[in-house]
Design a protein around this ligand. Structure first.
Ligand SMILES: [Zn+2]
Length: 226
């Protein structure tokens, strides 16, 4: 629904964050067997070893989605040097090969302002791979490496049935990162911007949302403030 008043914006934010705070919804498909899922990939030693290996630069997200004909791993980086990005992409490709089926690893590319890595994976799946929004539900799965999935991303993913987890630094360098399912707090990044991956609407202000703007498909621009 188009947002006409700031109360509409606040209602959307409340509902998203409430979904993000729901412990039962903050989960990802997991199994201890060889079935490929995001937990299986995130928990592989090659991914857990990446946590902390490049300092703050090793904060990125990757997603997994299989269509009827192909399977993809989508990586997304913000503020990561090209060389590190390439190394991480090749590590993930190696893990994908171990999976044994035909996974193609693709990089979501440059990410526009306000779009978090997890959300750029969603956008890439829809825009670049042509997967219908409704087909993301229970198919796309996302892992955030290096920090928790923020409350807004977790909420949006929960509202759309997209499983997620985080690989966080542990105290034990021998095991590398550890998997967690809890959502983090709202992001402070870039003035607390959060962009909807499909509508492009941008919420600003972080925890206390103070602004909303959206350019519609017909080119019209709307901006609302608290
Ligand atoms: Zn986020």
């Amino acid at each position: 629904m188009p947002k006409v008043n700031f109360s509409d914006v606040l209602r959307a934010v409340r509902s998203r964050r409430s979904a993000g705070s729901d412990v039962d919804q903050n989960k990802a498909p997991r199994s201890t067997g060889s079935r490929v899922n995001i937990y299986w990939l995130a928990n592989s030693p090659a991914i857990r070893e990446l946590v902390g290996e490049y300092g703050n630069q090793a904060t990125f997200a990757f997603g997994l989605i299989a269509t009827e004909t192909s399977s993809f791993i989508i990586t997304a980086f913000k503020g990561v040097a090209v060389a590190v990005r390439e190394e991480i992409n090749s590590s993930i490709s190696l893990v994908a090969q171990q999976v044994g089926s035909n996974f193609t690893t693709i990089d979501a590319g440059s990410i526009e302002s306000g779009l978090h890595s997890e959300m750029s994976i969603v956008k890439c799946a829809v825009t670049n791979l042509g997967i219908q929004k409704n087909n993301l539900r229970y198919r796309l799965q996302i892992a955030c490496v290096g920090k928790k999935v923020c409350l807004d991303c977790a909420g949006w993913l929960n509202q759309h049935g997209i499983g997620h987890c985080s690989v966080l630094p542990s105290d034990n360098p021998e095991i590398g990162g550890v998997i967690e399912f809890a959502a983090g707090s709202t992001s402070k990044m870039g003035g607390g911007l959060w962009a909807n991956p499909l509508t492009g609407a941008i919420y600003s202000g972080g925890k206390d949302v103070t602004g909303y703007s959206k350019t519609s498909a017909d080119g019209s621009y709307r901006s609302l403030f608290q």
